[in-house]
Each structure stands twice: as C-alpha cells, then as structure tokens.
Design a protein around this ligand. Sequence first.
Ligand code: BYC
Length: 473
Amino acid sequence: MTTAADYSEKIPNNVGLHEDRRLQRALESWQPDFLSWWGSMGPALPTQDVYLRTAVNVGREGWAHFAHVPMPEYRWGIFLAERDPGRRIGFGEHKGEPAWQKVPGEYRSALQRLIVVQGDTEPASVEQQRNLGATAPSLYDLRNLFQVNVEEGRHLWAMVYLLHAYFGREGREEAAELLRRNSGSADAPRILGAFNEETPDWLSFFMFTYFTDRDGKYQLGTLKESGFDPLSRTCEFMLKEEAHHMFVGTTGVDRVVERAAQLMTEHDTDEVAARGGIPLSVIQKYLNFHYSVSLDLFGGETSTNVANYYTAGLKGRWNEPRRTDDHKLTSESIMVDTVTGDGEIGQSEVAALTGLNTDLRREYVADCQTGVNRWNRILDSAGIDFRLRLPHVAFNRKVGAFAGIEATPSGELLRTEEWERRQGSWLPTEVDKTHVRSLMRPVHERGKIAAWIAPPRNGINGKPFDYEYVHFP
Ligand code: BYC
C-alpha cells in the first residue's frame, strides 16, 4: 500500500477507496451531509482563504502541505498509517495473535461503541469553537483555530470511514448520528460531558486545547494499540495531527501568562484586569475548570468496561509495548483513588484490569503537570511569586469515585453548603467570565495582537508572525 494520499478522487484517501465502489458510494453520500453540517455548525466567521496544513502523506517526512485554502474547499480525507503486515496483538487474551483486519463478531458492539464515542468528540469540539473566529486576538491565532477545526473535521472522517467500512448498516446509521447530535443540545447532546460545555472565549479555547485535546492524545494512544488494525492505524495518524492542537494550547496559555506577568511587572500590581490583562487568579480558575472536566473524560477510577476492552484486545494502555509486565494483567493489582468507608478521600487496591482508567489518567496527570511547570517558569523568570497548580483529582468531579462529594483544590472534603459558598473562589464566576469576554475583541489586522496576550515566538511553517495567515472577503 502506498502512503501518499490520492487527491484526484472526490474523497482524498490512501486506502484505495476506488477499489471498493460500495464503500466509496456510501461515503460519497455522507460527504454532502458533512459539508452541510460544516456549513451550519463549523466556523462562523466568513473568510476568503486560510493558510492551512493539509495531509498529503502519512510517512515520517514531509507529510503535510501548507497553502492558502478557501475553508469550504479544504480536502477532508481518509488517511491510515502504513500497515505492518506482521503486526500482532500486544495485550489481553489474544496477545500474540495476528492483528485483526476485520471486526471479530464477538467484539463488534464494544468496538463500535468505542469508535462512536471517539468520533462524537471530534465534531463536538468544532461546534464548541464555532464562534471564536469573531474574537481572535491575531491572524496567527485565527489561523490556528481554523487548523484545529479542519483537522477535528478530518478526525471525524477517520471514525466515519471505520464505521462505514466495517460496521455495515449500523455503522452507517451511527455515522449519520454523529452529525445529528450537537454540543450542548437539550434533545441530542454530545456523548461525553466536556463536549457539551461552552468554549466562549480564547482563554477557554487554550485551556481546552491544552487539557481536553490532551485527553484525546491519551485515548488515541490506547486505541493505537488496538488489536483491530484499521483502528490502530487511523489513530496513529490522528496523533500526528493532534500534536499541533496541544501546541496551540500550551503556547496559548504561555502567552496569556506571559502577558499577565509583563503587566504585573510594568505596573507593579496584581490588578492586571484594569490594565487589559487576565489576572493569574482567573487563569488558575479556568485551569481548575478545564482540568477537572477533562479528568471526567477518563471514566470511573474502576470500570468493568475498560477491563473488558483490555482483555478483548480492543483498547490497550499508554505505551503498552514499553510496559514490562505480562500484558494480560489477570493477577495484578493497582491502587486507585476512592472515598473510603468513613467518607475520607483515600486509596484502595483493586484488580489492575478494572483500574485501567486510573492507570491512563495518571499518565495524563503527569503530562498536564509539565505544562503547569512551564507556565510557572515564565512567572519565575519574571520574578513573580504566584504559582499555578493542578487541583486535586477529587475537585469538581462529575464522574467516578468523587462524583458524589465536594472537595477543595487541595483535596479537603467540603459539605455541599460550603462548596456552594466557596466554589466561586476556585471556578470562574460570571464576573470572571464577563471580564474575560469583554477582552475578546477581534484583531484581524496583519501583525497586530490583542493586549491580553503576548505574541508567539515563531510563526507557522517558518512564516513570520505578521504573515497574512487569513484573507477576508
Ligand atoms: N461523560 O465504565 P465507565 C478527543 C459513561 S477526547 C458522560 O467508568 P469507561 C478530543 C461511559 O460511557 C478522547 N458519560 O467508563 C479532544 C459509560 O456508559 P455506558 C475521546 C461518561 O467506559 C478534544 C458509563 O459512563 N475518546 O479525542 O471505562 C477535541 C460508565 O463509565 C463519561 C475516547 O473517550 C463522561 N465524561 O470509559 C477533539 C475514547 N465518562 O457504556 C477530540 C473512547 C464515562 O455504561 N471512549 N461515561 O453506557 C472510551 O474509551 C470510554 O468510553 C471512556 C469511558 C474513556 C469515555
């Protein structure tokens, strides 16, 4: 199989779509629905064209092509990483067997469920970010937003391809449903909690791309290990695109923190709101919110679903090949966070298989900490004592062991009344949100940037910051 994408076809792909006319027709009939969804739920700001990256190859070198593209003409396609013909299942009860090229009947519904949940998040994030273009702090940021959006659209294509190619009529129905559910809808919401929250301002967008896209990185990392080879290969390639989304989040928060620090130093005050910046205390509240809702995306600390997925060979662990155990875990155990019998936050020992959501979440938490360290280094080098922190895992949780309790960011239990009284000092209040929103004025002039954020260190693809990343009609 070649790795290069065939752009002469209606649906660019590297899966030899033209060899399977039925599948091609099915996907070609989904395509107008996708485009109509993109038109009504995708980026709302009219543009003439945007400097976008398009995948042209899945190999290691030169996989992307950059050019100004009118957004509706972006070529969404289907790209799977190269097939390793000798690949074997790396974990679970089928460990050592050749990876599956077809869906094993007994795992059909579980696999379909995982693909649908993954697929559902992609268009959800596009919907959540729909209106951000109108308040972009610079053309550079606007371009990054649109890049993230078109690639989330492509990730939807990736899951829809799997549903159409391997799950028959039910798969096609699920693919249609992915365009019918909408973020925040009362009748047909998106499946996972965080994807029904609003992303109303750019600080939220940067926190979302830092914390929530990072859940994507870890979940895709586990699905990349899947015994179902087409899922593994599609996730492998998605991870490549995902890296830029997290870069947008990491450097976005960097720049908001840097600007706050500059204003604090310049005016010798913490009151940066009056100077057009976002106070560090508000940045901390946004961080608390996005981190805690993203922790919920890992499911419960203990879960029989995840144990079954692992045993069946459908969903592995982060860095599965590098783990030094037996990759079956039938006789291992793990400590997981819990609320103990006497109502305290503690830990308990459970079978390693049922604790796999905790295993993944711990990898994620350690990764999240690296960003916080990085932001604190910015503060440190500006001579500022304030430090950002990840809140305790029990803080503001709606899923799992801590869903029924309230806790402070440092992990002390609280009575409900006290939580109600104090939560405004930890989570963004209406006043905070209104202030952040009031700063969100569009800066669509080349080379200019809003006052609440520092410019980036580098532009995109070697271009300068003042490059004309977006043209308007
Ligand atoms: N909200 O057994 P449990 C991304 C449900 S992000 C609502 O503890 P399990 C992206 C759960 O479905 C990555 N419901 O959980 C980022 C289950 O329902 P059923 C997306 C929730 O199954 C940014 C029940 O509660 N990919 O790519 O072990 C931009 C019991 O749950 C939530 C994936 O998530 C929640 N937060 O694990 C764009 C990978 N949490 O089955 C894209 C695929 C749990 O009893 N999904 N529930 O009806 C999975 O691997 C798993 O479904 C989960 C949950 C990790 C989500």
